[in-house]
Every structure is written in C-alpha cells, then in structure tokens.
Design a protein around this ligand. Structure first.
Ligand code: AMP
Ligand code: TRP
Length: 325
C-alpha cells in the first residue's frame, strides 16, 4: 500500500506534532511504500519569516531522521521541489465548489486567528493537500485528528474527478494514532499548539531544564488521584496519555503504579522519562546541524523519487482531461 503524510515546517515541533504524526510513521516505513513531505507551500499560507524558512525545513528533516525515518526505506522530500503538486492543485480547484472550501474548520479557525492574513492560499489549502495525497495514489494518510476533515474532502474530490473524467485516483483513508490529540499543558481543554501557547508545549528540541519547568508547572486538577478521566480530570489525563505513549505502558498500568502517590512524584517521573526519550532529538540536532550537505542530498534524492511517481499521475490526469497534446 502507499502511504503519504507530511508536516509544515513552521518552526520547532512539539510532542503533539510528533505523537500525532512522525511517531506513527516509523512503523509504516517497514510495511508500506511511504512518502513523507515537508510541506513548505502549505507553511506560507500563514504568516512566516522568509529568513527562517530554510532552517525550519532542515529542522523538520532532522526531526524525521531523529525519530527514526530511514531515507533508504521511505521517500522524504520538500513539497515545493516537486512542481506537480501545484499543477494538480490548480486542476482540483476547478472541480471543487467554493462552499466546500469555505466550510473547512481549519480555514475558519486560521482566518479568525490572523484576520489580517486571510489570503486565497489559506482557502485553497485543502486543494493542495488533496493534490499531495492523490498524486501518489495514496491508500493511507497517517495524521492527527485535526486533519480528518481535509482527508474527507480529498476523498470527495477524488470521487468527483473519477466520475467526471474517468478513474485515475484512489480514495485514501485516514490512519489515526493513539497520540491523536495531545492537549496544552497550560490549558488541557485546548490542543497543544506552539503558536497558541508556547508554555503549554514541550518542544522536541527542548533542553532538560525547560522540560522540567514545563511539566512541573503543568496544570493539574482538583483532588490528588492519578486517574484517567478526560472530562473531570483533563490535566492529569493528558499527562497520563503522554506518559503512556512514551513509556509504552498502558494507562491502567500507570494508574496502578501511582495509586496513593501524589501529583508531584508522578510529574517528577514523567519529567525524567521525557528528558530521556527526547535526548535523541537534541543529540541528532547537534550532530546533523553541521552536515547540511548530507541533509540536502537526502532531499534531492527524495524529490527525484517522488517526482517520478507524480509525473506519471499527472500525465494520466492530463490525458483524461484532453490536455495532453
Ligand atoms: P502541523 O504542525 O499543524 O502541520 O501538524 C503536523 C501534524 O501534527 C498533523 O498531522 C497534525 O494532525 C498533528 N498535530 C498537531 N498538533 C497536534 C496535537 N496537539 N496533538 C496531536 N497531533 C497534533
Ligand atoms: N495539513 C497538514 C497539517 O497541517 C499537513 C499536510 C499537508 C499533510 N499536506 C498533507 C498531511 C498531505 C497529510 C497529507 O498537519
């Protein structure tokens, strides 16, 4: 099966991004033919700093590699290096009613957050995402919960194209991970997001002192029981979920272990665990930052591999539409 996913290079990644995406990609590279993009053309739909873009792209690649993606087993590339993404996005735009784009939750949320920056690219974001996915005739799209709506729209667009012009595309399915939604440490009712609340986020490149500070200051709930109950105890439940995924222990096991112990002990152990588990990111960053040529070579080879597949699909699309002369 084919797998496609990607993240936007918008700066340092947090454990929510990681658990919701890259973490689950690692297993997939051994089972399927995988394409993992660094979605730079998506990143420019919200305010960004041009002078930081290259660094953000390379940092995202470092995260992919530190997490365990192996460029020999999967294809890693930068979205803008494969021009077919834009070409297909244009075509998909011509068969997608405006209303379908306007009702997307992410569009509405981002438009509200940056009222001075509601550009047509932000509205068309899902078309480019559909293009990313459909170009590779993808079967599975491993993403966090917030992206389900976009994959649903992608299926709708694929169905419509196939009906109008003949079958080219597959209808992709979402693959959700257990870290589908990690909440902010400061406000466990909201998702962890760097732009909304940096103190509520643990970044993958955070130093041990920062991890400690953020966990020890994380919001907890009334009472002192360590119990999973997202409605009554959203703070502790979120921490338990993070603990459980990183330690590969079930939540039940953890509840058992911390019976009769207070929040303080639990937080201290979680801090220790995270410092240890995130060490690989800090280490790899220091090591790979100096190897820019190596990093760029991975991206170049990745783009070449991706382009081969993308070109074939584009040819089919153009043929079906009577554009291949
Ligand atoms: P983004 O940084 O918005 O491009 O997101 C990259 C990936 O991380 C997507 O698959 C999102 O679904 C996922 N993601 C972002 N924030 C969270 C979160 N708080 N919890 C779980 N997954 C998330
Ligand atoms: N929109 C996704 C996000 O914000 C990133 C993304 C772009 C993506 N194109 C994609 C994810 C294609 C999966 C498949 O997280």
């Amino acid at each position: 099966m084919r797998v496609f996913s990607g993240i936007r290079p918008t700066g340092e990644l947090h454990i929510g991004n990681y658990l919701g995406s890259v973490y689950q990609w690692i297993k997939l590279q051994d089972l399927h033919e995988c394409f993992f993009g660094i979605m730079d053309y998506h990143a420019i739909t919200t305010p960004f700093e041009p002078e930081k873009m290259e660094k953000n792209i390379l940092d995202t690649l470092i995260v992919y590699l530190a997490a365990g993606l192996n460029p020999k087993k999967c294809t890693i590339f930068v979205q803008s290096h494969v021009k077919e993404h834009i070409e297909l996005a244009w075509i998909l735009g011509t068969i997608t009613p405006l209303g379908e784009l306007k009702r997307m939750t992410q569009f509405k949320e981002k438009a509200k957050k940056h009222p001075e920056y509601v550009n047509a690219g932000l509205l068309n974001y899902p078309l480019l995402m559909a293009s990313d996915i459909l170009l590779y005739k993808t079967d599975l799209v491993p993403v966090g919960k917030d992206q389900i709506q976009h994959v649903e729209l992608t299926r709708e667009i694929a169905r419509r194209f196939n009906k109008m012009f003949g079958v080219v595309f597959k209808e992709p399915k979402v693959l959700l991970s257990e870290g589908e939604k990690i909440m902010s440490l400061q406000n466990p009712k909201k998702k962890m997001s760097k732009t909304d609340d940096p103190k509520g986020c643990i970044l993958l490149f955070d130093e041990p002192e920062e991890i400690e500070k953020k966990i020890m200051r994380a919001v907890t709930d009334l009472g002192k029981e360590i119990k999973y109950d997202p409605v009554k105890k959203p703070g502790i439940s979120n921490l338990l979920k993070i603990y459980s995924i990183f330690s590969e222990k079930s939540i039940k096991e953890l509840e058992e272990k911390y019976k009769g112990k207070g929040y303080e002990q639990f937080k201290r152990d979680l801090t220790k665990l995270l410092i240890k588990k995130l060490e690989v990111f800090r280490k790899k960053k220091k090591e790979l930052e100096k190897r820019e040529v190596y990093l760029k070579e991975i991206l170049k080879k990745g783009a070449e591999k991706a382009e081969k597949v993308a070109k074939l699909t584009m040819k089919e699309v153009r043929e079906k539409m009577g554009l291949e002369i």
